[in-house]
Design a protein around this ligand. Sequence first.
Ligand code: MRU
Length: 388
Amino acid sequence: MRVKVRLLHREKFFYACGGEKTTDKTLVPIEWLAEGKVRFLDQTLLPHQETWVETADYQVVAEAIRRLQVRGAPLIGVAAAYGLALAALATNETDLTRFQSHLRATADELAATRPTAVNLAWALERMLRTAQPATNTADARSILVEEARRIHEEDIEANKRIGAHGAALLREQSTVLTHCNAGALATGGYGTALGVIRSAAADSRLRHVIATETRPLLQGARLTAWELDRDGISFDLIVDSAAGSVLRRGLVDAVIVGADRIAANGDVANKIGTYQLAVLARENKVPFYVAAPTSTIDLSMRSGDDIPIEERSPGEVTSLRGIDLAPVGGNALNPAFDVTPNTLVDAIITENGVARAPYEESLRSVCESLHHRGSRPQPRERKASVRG
Ligand code: MRU
């Protein structure tokens, strides 16, 4: 396998897409290298080891998505797009029809790596659609590389806009509770829920963050805490089961989470445990916000009941990093995501504005915004309640 692993110094994390150093401190967890390779940060090793994997092999990217070396809905979309570009560069096929069917088969393979986050299928469809008009395979290859880089750049931009829209919803000196990792590590860079937190921290709206550890794979403890620590943002980590208590004690001003897929009616699939947080937030009169780019909205799903929920290995529940926590061979259910009904969601913060109920209208409106280059051009029906 053509994989190279290296340990980098901290300051080397600050790269823009394409490998150029940037002066702002946006952490970019994946990048396209000029020599036609991809480099990504292996998140399974964080926070103890900062290891980058470099590859020209799309199957390494597919396996990285499956194993959660790269994870988070927007990031797996970006990674899959780069994976498809790698596959296009790797084939010697010169016949356009055969080249295109190879691409379609590779896209299907990449799309099958994880079922819940729609960003994966969205990015792959966009790649195939954009390469469709190419008249020869050389053109198709350069279109695909360019489009993958564009998807990545647009995601970072979208997150910054989400950050600004979301921060405006917070009172001065707010304490925000967040779940899982919806940060730079889960996206092309900057983050969605953590993007809002970053923007709020920059204009004194943020006092403190409470981060849930997020069993079973501890994305909150390993990744969110790592990001907040790097940014110097004040935070406390809690075990997932402490969320009800901190909300009831009045320690939280807003709950902000990311999303893996948002149905047309505003039901939200996100990391397991999100639903119970939304119930607890409502019970304690704390606003519950979802921050996500429009590439996470799937208007073809009428409700959350239609969203496929990934079931992962029981071993992730019964053991932790190779240590058995339960009787060996013990049973476990391990749904990786849950669905929060729209009635518990106070607002969905997108790059094109803040959508509120009724979501059928407001989500359609944010998806049709001029800024969205995605795959769902549908006629506008009625004016929706969107603030941008
Ligand atoms: O299983 P993961 O770590 O990929 O799950 C990630 C989440 O559930 C995130 O909250 C979601 O993808 C939004 S990331 C901006």
